[in-house]
Unconditional design. Sequence first.
Length: 269
Amino acid sequence: MAWHDVSDGGPLLIRESPLESARFGCAVQRLTVPTGSGSGYSISAVREAVAGSPGDVIVLRYPAEHVGWFAELTTLGRTAVLADCLVYWRLRVGEGRTPEPSRDLRTTTSVAPTAVRELVSDIFASYGNHYMANPLFEAAKALAGYREWALRSATEGRCLALRSRSEREGEGEPRLLALATLEDTVDGSPTEILLAGVVSGAQGRGLYAHLLKAVEDRTRARGGKEVVISTQGHNTRVQRAWARYGFEPVQALLTVHLIRSRLLRGPER
């Protein structure tokens, strides 16, 4: 979901999530309450949408300012699991506090599928994402989903990586040090960083700022005006890096998994 979504106040619609359903072996649906001054949704609209859902798990996201909604969600006949608080940050292109250029780094948009999978597996192996709150979802399958997500971005040309000119790996190839996958359009919407990180063996060397600069440069070249990025609220380390670079916090969304309670019961004796 893009952070800047707005709505005309029509009915909330639950979307099927076939990839997640296949991955986790249960019927997963998504329900996102749009944000913005024009949305005007209440908990009653959520209640109505949930009541008609046949899904096993509904991944619900809504603006965090609705602090009273979670108590209401516990009365909908499902088990409500508070999964995360997703925080969004924004950078106005041209305002980034860019690092000094490095002769050892090169930005590339061509990353082999095998390399994408390896990078994501390394960078996000221990990332505390919202799937981890749900006992029905296995951590290994969630990580596989991140790999698939990144691979789709790479095959569509929406991927940036940093290579080292001096460090080499298998068969003399320059070593890949960092990866960012993106979502952007040509209609003036912000470029959204979907996944971004530095490989574990290269962290602490200031490379993340170079990765953000590569995204900002790409956005500028495409005529974009803003870059947005999000993470779970607990991930304060990366949020400090965003603040140092020039990003500012703009929005928070709560994620709640609404689970059919019978799925959480142990086998009957």
